[in-house]
Design a protein around this ligand. Structure first.
Ligand code: UDP
Length: 378
């Protein structure tokens, strides 16, 4: 089959790249056409180079001060036209972005079946996370094949009436990418030398806390509370330093600069390439994030995560004990971070827990299924 993979943001590229590579390894049994919308131009490009994926077509849809509706409408129109030209046998979309939602609809309008990668994640409310929860539910309704990362995600789909024969549990492809970076890129001497030079500003005598924050639902007071709590944390622990690659969205950037910009042990840096981020995660003592992907990756690197969100569609990490939801409650963030920074037994308990998000072989499972939908999954 000829499969079109459509994506537009950094996390989608990280999670779709292993599928593109697994298709290449099928030696023509499956062929791919990679369409990028470039919903997030710069952060997408940072990933494509590193993961060695090239686009067959690039719609370059990002515009300054673009509204959600403006982007989605444009993506729907342009993607629909592109699918009509290429006429693939299947369109693969990923996760919960506006790109995924518009592309699934575009495929549907062309009568092309949709495969949904990372299907079945759910929170209890349509409004949170906004707009991701609605996006992924819409994609579920339009998709004919659902690649669920976990058993829990599969159960969510079955509870909504999706037929069991249309769901395949694969693990999350982010672990495939993480393994690839760890095993293929980080060991290269030129990569190690570049990372050593680039992060030479880090103090080897301090414990590293890695922070990211970008969710729309936390814009405004939520982020302000998180950043104020981070201030308190560095004041309380002189032996830590924070590295915080700040998302390009001005609503995430402005409060970070305002509330943390003056602290010498808080390094606010630009978003980093994926290989750099994996290096920083592996080096971190603790991660504080609202990112979905980071929650999935961190357990494979034995780093505990505090999640600055009120809800999560990734309960597996919380159940496994590798992640803890602290919301945007500053006191809880400070007390839980303090506990992990001072209580060695509590910390040691988390390190070494099994990663519930897979074994790094999700992409070959997906490609085997594309080749033989009735075959048995390894
Ligand atoms: N990431 C990256 N560079 C950074 C921050 C994050 O490459 O500066 C990676 C991270 O390892 C993870 C993904 O980007 O795989 C997460 O993206 P993001 O937090 O934007 O989205 P989410 O996972 O919440 O959808």
């Amino acid at each position: 089959p000829h499969v079109m993979l459509i994506f537009g943001t950094r996390p989608e590229a990280i999670k779709m790249a292993p599928i593109v590579r697994a298709i290449e390894q099928s030696e023509g049994a499956v062929t791919s056409h990679v369409l990028v919308t470039a919903q997030h131009r710069h952060m997408l490009d940072q990933v494509m180079g590193i993961l060695e994926v090239t686009a067959d077509a690039d719609l370059d849809l990002m515009k300054p001060s673009q509204s959600l509706a403006g982007y989605t409408a444009l993506a729907l129109e342009r993607v629909t036209e592109h699918i009509a030209e290429v006429r693939p046998d299947m369109v693969l979309v990923h996760g919960d972005t506006s790109t995924a939602m518009a592309s699934a609809l575009g495929a549907f309008y062309n009568h092309v079946p949709v495969g949904h990668v990372e299907a079945g994640l759910r929170t209890a409310t349509l409004n949170s996370p906004f707009p991701e929860e609605a996006n992924r539910r819409i994609v579920t309704r339009l998709a004919s094949t659902h690649f669920a990362p976990t058993e829990q995600a599969r159960a969510n789909l079955l509870a909504e009436g999706v037929s069991p024969s249309d769901v395949l549990v694969t693990g999350n492809t982010v672990i495939d990418s993480l393994h690839w970076v760890k095993n293929e890129l980080l060991p290269r001497p030129e990569v190690a030398a570049r990372l050593a030079e680039r992060y030479g500003f880090l103090d080897p005598g301090k414990r590293l806390v890695l922070v990211t924050n970008h969710r729309r639902e936390n814009f405004g007071t939520g982020m302000e509370r998180v950043f104020t709590a981070l201030r308190r944390l560095v004041e309380r622990f002189p032996d830590i330093e924070i590295v915080f690659p700040v998302h390009l969205n001005p609503q995430a950037r402005e409060p970070a600069m305002r509330l943390l910009g003056d602290l010498p042990t808080v390094h606010l840096i630009e978003p980093v390439e994926y290989v750099d981020f994996v290096h920083l995660m592996a080096r971190a003592h603790l991660i504080i994030t609202d990112s979905g992907g980071v929650q999935e990756e961190a357990p494979s690197l034995d780093v505990p995560v505090l999640v600055t969100r009120e809800t999560t569609e990734r309960p597996e990490a919380v159940e496994a004990g590798t992640a803890l939801l602290v919301g945007v409650n500053g006191d809880l963030l400070v007390s839980e971070a303090s506990r992990l920074l001072s209580d060695e037994a509590a910390y040691a308990h988390i390190v070494g827990l099994r990663n519930p998000y897979g074994d790094g072989l999700a992409a070959p499972r997906i490609v085997n299924h594309l080749l033989d939908p009735n075959g048995v999954t390894p």
